[in-house]
Write a protein that binds this ligand. Sequence first.
Ligand code: CMC
Length: 433
Amino acid sequence: MTKLRSVTLNDKAQPICELPVLSGTLGPDVVDVQALYTQTGMFTFDPGFTSTASCRSAITYIDGEAGILLYRGYPIEQLAEQSTFLEVCYLLLHGELPNSDEMEHFDHNITMHTMVHDQLSAFFKGFRRDAHPMAIMVGVVGALSSFYHDALDIRSKEDREMCAIRLIAKVPTIVAMCHKYSIGLPFIYPQNKLRYVQNFMRMMHSTPCDEYEPNPVLVRALDRILILHADHEQNASTSTVRLAGSSGANPFACVTAGIACLWGAAHGGANEAVLYMLEEIGDVSNISKYINKAKDKDDPFRLMGFGHRVYKNHDPRAKLMRETCHEVLTELGLHEDKLFKLALELERIALEDEYFIEKKLYPNVDFYSGIVLHALGIPSKMFTAVFAMGRTVGWISHWDEMISDPEQKIGRPRQLYTGASRRDLPPEHIKSV
Ligand code: CMC
């Protein structure tokens, strides 16, 4: 990071402060406002952090205008086509792709930690069977912090690495347990002879009475979903993990904060919302009614799976997911299925509609991942939990980067106070002693 130049802030044409401008490897320069308050007595105001770089990071780069997404410098298209999710995990955590020995060691380590402590299973019984899987995820992943707390030194690189391994290994087991619990079937233990995604699919779909043989096309589709969701720089849930972790809190608890944030429909909940929306629309003949609702300013309805805070031309993940979507529909012979036909028609109409073109509202990754997950036989309620499974590596990589940063300090935003000025309690509230 280099200091390029500075900008001068003027008030009524009088210079009041000079602020350094910093430059990263890629992307816009940033004005370093750290000295602003001491020099001017003013804060910056940026609700939703639309213009604020909250940290330095060397993990992921996004150019929303150009539709570029790089993990550690590698384009998402190359990783999605040539890598596996576990290779991407290694890359995000360590900064470089693994050689074959490193990969074998990493893969083995993950496999050896897929089982959860037996007592963790007891937590599930406290939840209603119809509890939302994300509510269970918040409870159960949060509970991991109680199993790994006293012996965990967040200043130790080895401890942080072990924590990352445990999370990447155990979250799929917990996600599958959430599913089995909600349908009243026994938990299925992981099997060490299986690869990461096969193992997850088996834990989801087999029963003690019936083995499940994962179809390689579907395995590859889920692997791609995980790769595409693995990281997305300072999105809401990752920023939440960083903020929670900035106080030195237990990393399992911090990742749980990320899971809570991810749940919302404007973030990870969108893939689930896409399916509910398609079910609500119901038939191709109703699409124009819903397109009009989405355009109506007085109607809160939005087309779920369309639009993105950062990608204003196209979401590169959506293009890859669209490809996968067609592969899966072809493999399963579902192109003529009513729901999938409806989704593809909605996509076509929205892409041609003036309102969506003008506002640059393109289908995002969750539009297609929702459709693919549905085709994979994963219930809609579980979609965001699968997103969390992919994003766990991103959360823990950012947490690790933050804790290793020598300049790291507790996150503490300021505010523009708009409440009452100082006032005294009214006489009737003053108690006589
Ligand atoms: N349907 C209809 N209108 C929309 C939509 C939509 N999906 N998204 C944005 N708009 C309109 C919005 O009404 C506003 O119109 P106007 O300028 O007339 O007020 C304009 O487009 C800009 O919207 P915004 O809310 O200011 O844009 P944003 O960048 O703050 O919001 C978003 C981004 C993703 C929250 C929003 O597009 C949205 O709610 N999309 C649907 C939910 C969704 O698919 N979320 C998943 C995001 S991808 C997964 C992830 O990376 O987490």
